[in-house]
Design a protein around this ligand. Structure first.
Ligand code: CUA
Length: 170
């Protein structure tokens, strides 16, 4: 089959671009542990504030010693606005919104998820010690740019763990 030179150039160019895209996706997924949050759990957004899963926001430790963080998103703040968690320890974040879609992004880490009313978003990750900015990366209204929070990650020896929960509400 006779393929025109220019057509051949474009075919190769498209092939190279596709290979680049697939490679960058693979590097992000396997090299930087960036996976889409996958967890389907529903919640009534109108009652989320009183829901046992979110009545207490912030960091908790379950009966088996695993660290959790419950976060509520609402226009235009994150509850809680500050959290302190231990470094190099897997923390399971559970988030929901009581109004519109927000985006929870722990800047310069792989901790990120959309926060959708009606659903509980979940991801588990761990951090090096340091201070992290949490931003809303989903446009949610006039105060979107103000919707920020802070994450303090301290060495395990300095972390003051909350009392373990006896009854596991999760
Ligand atoms: Cu919340 Cu943007």
């Amino acid at each position: 089959m006779n393929v025109d030179l220019y057509e051949r150039i474009w075919m190769w160019a498209v092939g190279v671009v596709l290979a680049l895209f697939f490679t960058s996706t693979a590097v992000a997924a396997f090299g930087h542990q960036m996976h889409p949050p996958s967890h389907i759990e529903t919640i009534d957004p109108a009652k989320a504030l009183g829901d046992p899963r979110f009545k207490k926001q912030g960091v908790s430790v379950d009966a088996s010693g695993r660290v959790h963080a419950q976060v509520l998103g609402l226009m235009f703040t994150w509850l809680p606005a500050e959290m302190t968690i231990p470094a190099d320890t897997p923390v399971t974040f559970k988030l929901t919104s009581i109004d519109v879609i927000h985006g929870y992004q722990i800047v310069r880490t792989n901790g990120q998820t959309m926060v959708v009313p009606g659903y509980v978003s979940q991801f588990t990750t761990q951090f090096e010690a340091g201070e992290y900015l949490i931003a809303c990366n989903e446009y949610c209204g006039v105060g979107h740019h103000l919707m920020a929070a802070k994450l303090h990650v301290v060495p395990q020896s300095q972390w003051q763990a909350p009392a373990r929960e006896v009854a596991d509400v999760r």
